[in-house]
Design a protein around this ligand. Structure first.
Ligand code: ATR
Length: 278
């Protein structure tokens, strides 16, 4: 793909971004569809978030993705938010519509897409989420929209989980539990257990939590990467099926690509760009 005076820029802001796989995924898609566009990753410090968003307008960029830790910080600088971004209080995709910046959040829908692709249908299912941060909120919003039967939020800081339960505003479906090492019989029969914790599931020679009551469930770690996931290792010890976060990365990216370009995302091309080379 030739870069010339007509090439437009899309990108990613976050901190850090050097290990991000989004540039590989989006550039493969641009190239496949022969679009005059390039996607770059920009490391942005917290105090420069307003200027970085302003640059999308000033440089007439196509748009940007936003990753940790800026997904909430960008919100005040946008002209409009779509419903999901509003419900999540966070944005992972900003589209430049002729100078008007519109914020979207494709994380939750990307997560749902990855579940469906794995043959898991959330309707009437009992779901457990470990953690109560931004990722937990995005997946919780999408799962409630998909009409799960129940959502159990397990978190070290119970007040944070209670706050999340409040904003989810579905008191008949959402309950909160503390993260303690003893077995949690309340989660028996769960269909899906999602790990959003920012710490390894194993520390000081112990698993973080006894989830054996949920051994029949699908164990989904939102994280991905070269390092094996302790959470999925744990699922293995229970003999439970497992999924890592690569599918969510792919599908949130595919949805962002469509928002950027108005075109159907070349999913298999993007998937190939994410897979480690043999
Ligand atoms: P993200 O935006 O990616 O969801 P986050 O908002 O930083 O990340 O959330 C991190 C999650 O990991 C939180 O649920 C946090 O629990 P607290 O609310 O109690 O802070 C959890 N977490 C972080 N460190 C932890 C630790 N040492 N033990 C248990 N949970 C931890």
């Amino acid at each position: 793909m030739e870069i010339n005076g007509q090439t437009r820029v899309a990108g990613l802001i976050g901190n850090p971004v050097i290990y991000s796989q989004s540039p590989a995924m989006h550039n493969a898609a641009f190239k496949h569809l022969n679009l005059p566009a390039v996607y770059l990753a920009f490391q942005v410090e917290e105090e420069q978030v307003p200027e970085a968003v302003q640059a999308v307008r000033a440089l007439q960029m196509i748009g940007i993705n936003v990753t940790v830790p800026h997904k909430e910080a960008v919100v005040p600088y946008l002209d409009q938010l779509d419903d999901t971004a509003l419900k999540c209080g966070a944005v992972n995709t900003i589209v430049n519509q002729d100078g008007k910046l519109v914020g979207y959040n494709t994380d939750g829908l990307g997560f749902l897409d990855s579940l469906l692709e794995a043959g898991f249908y959330p309707l009437d299912k009992d779901v457990v989420i470990l953690g109560a941060g931004g990722s937990a909120r995005a997946v919780a919003v999408s799962l409630l929209d998909a009409q799960v039967r129940s959502l159990t939020l397990i978190n070290r800081t119970v007040e944070k989980a209670e706050k999340l339960a409040d904003v989810l505003a579905a008191p008949d479906k959402v309950r909160v539990m503390p993260l303690i090492q003893s077995s949690a019989p309340e989660i028996e029969g769960a269909d899906l257990v999602i790990n959003t914790l920012s710490v390894p599931f194993y520390s000081q020679d112990k698993w973080l939590l006894d989830l054996s009551a949920a051994r029949g469930a699908l164990f989904y770690d939102l994280r991905y990467g070269k390092m094996p996931s302790a959470f999925l290792d744990y699922a293995q010890t229970l003999g439970s099926p497992q999924l890592d976060g690569l599918g969510m990365l792919l599908h949130q990216g595919a949805r962002a690509f469509t928002l950027f370009t108005g075109k159907k995302a070349p999913l298999e091309v993007m998937r190939q760009a994410l897979l480690p080379s043999p």
